[in-house]
Design a protein around this ligand. Structure first.
Ligand SMILES: Cc1cc2nc3c(=O)[nH]c(=O)nc-3n(C[C@H](O)[C@H](O)[C@H](O)COP(=O)(O)OP(=O)(O)OC[C@H]3O[C@@H](n4cnc5c(N)ncnc54)[C@H](O)[C@@H]3O)c2cc1C
Length: 490
């Protein structure tokens, strides 16, 4: 299925129940790992029931001493004839154990005895919870156990497990692909996984927005100032200018991030399937560039949006019955798992920008400027063009410091990442406003939806995009106050 379609559908799952959505998401990650790198026999044995959903899958990377830094993984794999015996502990394993399905297939990163230290000595293993016989039937329990389930801030429907492998004679594990290439295999699946977590940010935020908008239309409080035709007494709070501002902030940021994620997904599809090799390469470079932006920005803004959702509810937002607090708690994890925002920003600056000296970003911004310049002048378009210029200045400055003093570039990597998301979101909203205006002029009757697009883009241009100049200044001038401050003074 095209990634762009999958991304749109997955949003519904994430908005409906983020905790539950993680189960098929992780299973899909394990399926992709096997599809790409498993042997034909492994695929035959495990894939059909994982794809059908009869069995679930997990990804086991994290250990107590190895979170962002996977080079520190210690789980061992000892050769034992045709397979390996796995010994070690993994933490935070999403859907690591449960009784919804008769089997769970764990994809586990571990070091084969004698493997080189660091990232080049890590291999990937299939470790089934219940052994699968040659005829496909289930056999004995493998030597692995869920030691405990974490008590969490949110996504409480998802069991986050501490997993112990090999407490007796070692869990049977089957090597996937070649030894010592496990982390490289994980990285191949990284784009899909990071896109999938990125969309969680705006999906959960949209749930919060829908709740808040509906609350604001029915909660009556105070008489809004100014002229409200036909209203003489207290009115629904949506008519208070600040409540409307909060709702427009929520709506516009969600639409900006959704457009960016769908645009990125489309680039990944073109990168995989376009007939022309040059077009495939350009789309791949663009998709790769955008993934950390989508993951980092959509999840960070998801937290801000869900917080606004609580605010729109007033005191009732803090009371559990309204359900406004749940998205706020659930969305909080999205900036942490699948690489924290800092890890996305490091990837954006250190790999995506530095690798080609900013060529992919420059190519994309050229397209953005061409596209914006070809539409009619408006507040929305001009604000987007101004914001692009602010991003160009910031990106140049970071590229320059990366080659001289990388720590200075990394000190402002997150602000640069957020600036990039802000600006590209502004471009896509301006683009959709221009399309909406054309369709209205052509006589479309979908007027409320189309006018909503234009209004949302206009709001974003006047409330969000002016922040681009400030962020750009932080990127250009802000590194010194981080790097020159001794850690003891923090
Ligand atoms: C609910 C939940 C579900 C999870 N599911 C899974 C799962 O299914 N499988 C799995 O393997 N893991 C899973 N994880 C683990 C998750 O991916 C890690 O928590 C995450 O990668 C961060 O690692 P850490 O917790 O060790 O934090 P740390 O790495 O200790 O990071 C702490 C802080 O330091 C910063 N930091 C660390 N290194 C750098 C750096 N190089 N540059 C800048 N800043 C840095 C981070 O950004 C962060 O702010 C899950 C975690 C949770 C909480």
């Amino acid at each position: 299925m095209p990634c762009v379609l999958g991304t749109a559908v997955e949003e519904f799952w994430a908005a409906s129940n983020l905790a539950f959505k993680l189960c098929p998401m992780l299973t899909q990650g394990a399926v992709e790992a096997l599809e790409h790198f498993g042997s034909p026999a492994q695929k035959d044995r495990f894939l059909p029931k994982m794809v059908s959903g009869e069995w679930t899958g997990t990804m086991n990377l994290t250990e107590p001493q190895a979170g962002s830094d996977l080079a520190a993984i210690r789980t061992r794999a000892a050769p034992d004839g045709e397979h390996y015996r796995i010994f070690g502990q993994k933490i935070y394993i999403t859907w690591g154990d449960h009784d919804l399905t008769p089997n769970t297939i764990h994809m586990v990163l571990a070091r084969i005895d004698g493997a080189p230290p660091g990232v080049r000595g890590i291999s990937m293993f299939i470790v089934p919870k219940v052994m699968v016989e040659a005829d496909g039937s289930l056999g004995a329990r493998n030597d692995l156990q869920c030691l405990s389930i974490e008590h969490k801030l949110g996504i409480n429907g998802s069991p986050t497990c501490v997993m112990a492998y090999g407490q007796q004679d070692g869990a049977v594990g089957y090597l996937v692909g070649e030894a010592n290439r496990g982390l490289e295999y994980m990285f191949v699946m990284m784009n899909a996984a990071r896109l999938s977590v990125g969309l969680e940010g705006y999906a959960v935020a949209d749930r919060a927005f829908q709740q808040a908008a509906s609350w604001a239309r029915t909660r009556v409080q105070g008489k809004p100032p100014g002229a409200l035709v036909g209203v003489t007494g207290p009115a629904p709070i949506i008519h208070h200018p600040d409540v409307k501002r909060m709702l427009l902030t929520m709506k516009s940021q969600i639409e900006a991030m959704r457009s960016l994620a769908l645009y990125g997904a489309h680039q990944l599809d073109l990168g995989n399937g376009h007939a022309d090799e040059a077009r495939r390469a350009a789309a791949r470079a663009c998709g790769d560039l955008l993934i950390p932006v989508i993951k980092g920005c959509s999840t960070e803004s998801g937290i801000d949006i869900c917080s606004l959702g609580v605010q729109v509810h007033g005191g009732m937002g803090f009371i559990e019955e309204t359900g406004a607090a749940q998205p706020y708690r659930d969305v909080r994890i999205t900036t942490i798992y699948e690489g924290t925002t800092a890890i996305q920003a490091n990837d954006f600056v250190g790999r995506k920008l530095a690798r080609d000296r900013g060529a992919a970003l420059a190519a994309m911004l050229d397209e953005v400027k061409r596209d914006l310049s070809s539409s009619e002048a408006s507040v929305t378009r001009d604000a987007a063009l101004e914001a692009v210029a602010a991003l160009e200045v910031a990106a140049r400055s970071v590229l320059q410091s990366w080659s001289q003093a990388p720590e200075r570039a990394l000190a402002v990597a997150v602000p640069l990442l957020r600036l990039t998301g802000l600006v590209l979101g502004g471009w896509l909203l301006a683009k959709s406003a221009a399309i909406a205006a054309r369709q209205l002029a052509a006589g479309s009757t979908d007027t409320e939806f189309l006018r909503g697009k234009i209004a949302t883009a206009h709001f974003y241009a006047t409330h969000a995009l002016p922040g681009a100049a400030g962020l750009s200044r932080v990127v250009v001038e802000g590194a010194a106050s981080v790097i020159d401050t001794d850690a003891a003074l923090v």
